[in-house]
Design a protein around this ligand. Sequence first.
Ligand code: SPD
Length: 277
Amino acid sequence: MFSSLSISEIYKNTALTFRVKEVLYRERSPYQMIEIVDTYDWGKVLQLDGLMMTSAKDEIFYHETIAHLPVTLKPTIEKALVIGGGDGGTVRELLKYPQIKEIHLAEIDEEVVRACQAHLPELAGGLSDPRVKCFFQDAALFVQDSPAKTYDLIISDSSDPVDFAAVLIEGSFFESVKRILKPDGIFIAQTNSPLAQPEEVKAAWDNLKRVFAYQQIAWSLIPIYPGAFWTFTLASQSEIPLKIHPEYHKPETLFWQAEFSTGLMTVPPFVRQILDS
Ligand code: SPD
């Protein structure tokens, strides 16, 4: 591909490769290989075990959607839990809302947080905010051990559902999430690409449907992920409003606009076919 230094994600029979200016961090933690590199075209990129997690150029499409969509739908959120999300991008967006008083981050790999605080402060800077408390433990155990009816919002900002993260789209995990959500609380998970990973999209949907009374697919475009067309799935025990509240969206954003909610929660027929298959 490139004769000089590069970084790739190979997903099945497709590869995405960026030419690298500089390697900023490259260490193996007890859980995974962590790499942060500065690329020519996408700015700084975080890879975990060879999988693209985020890039400076396109992270807004992911972090703004996963954080602002649920808050725009349910503006009374005071206490939130972020599962995974060690790069800090999702927490950074939640911190833009003054009504959110407390954010817990359950991230298995403390070294991801430390590496991002050192090399991606534009994402991870908010993790040292006094409203944020980090718990470095397995998210599946964290949700199992948390008290019932604790959170207004839970966001699963997980890595791909492989290895230790595979459990994060299973029914048993969703049962624990339901238990620790307040009765009118809302859950949103990143649920992969219907183009590249239709089986994972369907598995998450089916497992959520067995556990929660209401669920709703939303989508965004994340160019550095396999398939680029990416889904997020909302779930709740109370009805998920499809009517947006633009007045609840005040923060400065570069991508997200409250008016997108309706469009991004409109399920394209090719996605509906996967969910109904
Ligand atoms: N294929 C990549 C899926 C990763 C989703 N999570 C990314 C974490 C960004 N905060």
